[in-house]
Design a protein around this ligand. Structure first.
Ligand SMILES: *[C@@H]1O[C@H](CO)[C@@H](O)[C@H](O)[C@H]1NC(C)=O
Length: 439
């Protein structure tokens, strides 16, 4: 029975080890109450060569104080992803009976060193650079442990041995976010200039786009400050509230913008149809849920039950939002095709149709890249290069913003209405051809 438990929880951790982490190791506080789980993972961190683990355990009580118990089978250790695979193998083959006995793990503290105390503290140095998980193992049967665990992992950097609480590979994130926020602020300035120059052909949607860019810039600025605060202090409570507020506003406005552009609102027609309004009424509340999920995910560790639940909620909500915003674009494409057949302005409609089709494809690419490709990158890159997935995601987002702005910018000479007869005929021909292919 105990062996089965040990095996199943080892498998559970194996799965967890293989997940990419968005968690930023910080100073963490965990309460363990009357727990007999054989394996309890705590936190993951990428150490550079000057890695440190600070572990303080207080209010420690053991369910059994029999002096014959082998307390060297209870304790904390650090382990890398690859080593863990081998440890599980060793356990399965019966070479060892407890993960703490493996020569592949790095024991941090075993309870046989306890001297009738209800607390202990360890400062552990790790000079082998790698990504480690802090794990608690309890290989005794029917042995329950209660304790408050406070852990901090950090790297010592530079000559003055400054503490860096961001995992190796994430430590340059504050700078990356800051640079991107500068880029978006410059984009906002460029956009204001465009709006001023083309002020006679500016629609409501163009001001909305300006708001989206500014919110994105502010969001990145807060994220930079938030991560830099974690880096310096190990605490997530710098600008985190501001960051969540701007994330929320940015999320809502971006999805709304995609829907509004998709419907052609303000430059094709001044009002929204009922079904288009319904899409917004689905997407906006879902964004609220997505943001609550994001807060919970950021505030809890990857090994806590809430983290797993809310991560799933977040993914589900995100997928629904991404699918929902595509509908208005599809409807517009359909309407334009029908209009092209009936009203005889083939060239005008063909241009709009091409534009909307391009937009549809770009939105899909953007969603696919920022969700699937970035996730894949996060999974396959070494912990040292985790920042690359952030850069890839931000670059894709930037490309999407630039494309949207460029394609839907205010036009002094609206190409929709300057069409000569020749173009008109060519377009009518093209649409006819297209109909033949599709029907
Ligand atoms: C652990 O305890 C030491 C000594 O009391 C303290 O300086 C340190 O900040 C504590 N570390 C954590 C992570 O709680």
């Amino acid at each position: 029975m105990a062996a089965m438990d040990l095996f199943s929880s080892s498998m559970f951790i194996l799965i967890i080890f293989l997940l990419p982490f968005s968690s930023f190791a910080e100073i963490r506080f965990t309460e363990i109450r009357n727990d007999n789980r054989p394996i309890i993972p705590f936190d993951v961190f990428g150490f550079s060569h000057g890695g440190r683990l600070e572990l303080n355990v207080t209010h420690l009580t053991l369910s059994d104080s029999n002096p014959d118990l082998d307390l060297s089978k209870v304790g904390f250790f650090l382990c890398t992803r690859e080593s863990w695979l081998h440890v599980i193998q060793q356990l399965e083959e019966g070479d060892i009976s407890c993960a703490l006995q493996s020569d592949l793990v790095k024991p941090v503290y075993t309870f046989d060193s306890l001297k009738k105390q209800d607390r202990f503290g360890v400062l552990y140095s790790e000079t082998d650079a790698d990504q480690y998980t802090l794990v608690f193992a309890n290989c005794l049967q029917q042995f329950k442990v209660s304790m408050d665990v406070q852990s901090a992992m950090y790297n010592l950097e530079g000559k003055n041995a400054r503490r860096d609480y961001l995992s190796a590979g994430k430590t340059i994130l504050p700078r990356i976010y800051f640079v991107f926020s500068l880029i978006y602020f410059s984009l906002a300035v460029v956009w204001i200039h465009v709006l001023y120059k083309k002020r006679l052909t500016v629609y409501g949607i163009h001001f909305f786009m300006l708001a989206v860019v500014i919110l994105k810039a502010l969001n990145l600025l807060c994220e930079a400050e938030d991560k830099s605060y974690i880096k310096r202090t190990g605490s997530a409570h710098g600008w985190d509230v501001l960051f969540y507020i701007f994330s929320f506003l940015k999320g809502i406005t971006l999805f709304t913008l995609i829907v509004l552009i998709g419907t052609g609102w303000s430059f094709l027609k001044p009002y929204l149809q009922d079904k288009e309004k319904k899409v917004l009424m689905i997407v906006i509340p879902l964004q609220v849920v997505a943001n609550i999920a994001q807060v919970v995910i950021d505030e809890t560790g990857p090994f806590e039950q809430e983290w797993v639940t809310w991560k799933q909620v977040f993914l589900l909500v995100d997928v629904i939002c991404c699918c929902a915003v595509l509908f208005p674009i599809v409807w517009s494409i359909k309407n334009l095709r029908e209009a092209a057949r009936t009203d005889g302005k083939a060239a005008v409609n063909l241009m709009k149709l091409t534009l909307f089709r391009q937009y549809y494809i770009v939105v899909i690419c953007y969603i696919y890249f920022t969700r699937v490709v970035v996730y894949a990158l996060e999974t396959i890159t070494s912990y040292r290069y985790l920042w690359t997935s952030v850069v890839a995601g931000e670059l894709a987002t930037l490309a999407f913003y630039v494309f949207t702005g460029y394609k839907f910018k205010p036009e002094a000479h609206n190409p929709y209405f300057v069409v000569d007869d020749e173009e008109e005929e060519a377009a009518a021909e093209a649409l006819k051809l297209e109909d033949e292919f599709e029907l």
